[in-house]
Write a protein that binds this ligand. Structure first.
Ligand code: ATP
Ligand code: PRP
Length: 213
């Protein structure tokens, strides 16, 4: 049995064409079903639905043989125990710093300054501000980061930006891009040895179906 870990929503949707290239069709719609294990047209392949931030953990410990996860999530996880053979070029976005439009960010990040930063991405944020020589008081959040500067919880957020609509709707401005993000295929290292042929077949099919635009 080959187990693939996906999260509901954009990762599931954007992985479907890659699965199709491998001849794999998921037989149930996760938006309609409450099931967490979804069968496919290939009896020896199944999909497990996990929280996006749990995908690397499932694959690391062998709860799944492979999975699709954002580079953001992968960096925060650390990548231990994972092969990362492919950048799938799906779910593209960026990690950025954003502040209230009336906040003087340039003044706030001058060398040696202190900044209150709210984010789900504490590892990425810590590295970024350390490189700039800015001391950070880090506030870990799990969602709705945009609220933090609006309520006085933080001066800045580090969050994902795609169209910029979420920032705009909350009167925030993007002041720095930290890194570009896309989703990657991750594979359990032991599984790649033990189930080499079927996993290689899937990896190769995914590789051939990656969009280059
Ligand atoms: N607006 C976006 N546009 C494109 N890609 C995105 C966007 N938001 C998130 N992503 C990418 O998709 C991945 C999964 O995001 P998703 O919103 O499905 O889960 P999440 O709510 O961030 O995770 P969790 O449920 O674990 O808190 C992110 O890790 C990121 O790489
Ligand atoms: O720049 P934008 O295009 O507005 O995208 C950015 C937003 O998308 C993500 O949230 P979420 O997963 O809730 O986004 P969704 O509502 O687009 O699914 C992310 O945490 C931002 O809040």
């Amino acid at each position: 049995m080959i187990t693939l870990a996906l999260s509901k929503g954009r990762i599931f949707e954007e992985t479907l064409p890659l699965l199709a290239a491998a001849g794999i069709e998921v037989l149930e719609d996760p938006e309609k079903s409450r099931k967490l294990i979804l069968p496919t047209n290939q009896p020896e392949v199944r999909v497990v639905l996990v929280r996006a931030s749990d995908v690397p953990t499932y694959v690391q410990y062998g709860g799944a043989d492979l999975g699709v996860t954002g580079k953001d999530t992968l960096i925060e996880h650390g990548g231990q125990g994972l092969y990362q053979p492919l950048d799938l070029r799906i779910a593209k976005c960026r990690v950025s710093v954003a502040v209230r439009a009336d906040f003087d960010y340039q003044q706030a990040v001058r060398q040696g300054a202190r900044l209150k930063v709210a984010t789900k991405y504490t590892g990425i944020a810590r590295d970024f501000f350390a490189t700039k020589g800015v001391h950070v008081d880090m506030i870990k959040l799990y969602g709705s980061m945009e609220l933090a500067p609006l309520t006085g919880l933080a001066d800045a957020i580090v969050d994902l930006v795609s169209t910029g609509n979420t920032l705009k709707a909350n009167h925030l401005v993007e002041v720095e891009r930290i890194m570009d993000i896309s989703s990657h295929l991750v594979v359990n290292q032991a599984a790649l040895k033990l189930k080499q042929a079927p996993l290689r077949r899937i990896i190769d099919a995914f590789a051939g179906a990656i969009r280059q635009d």
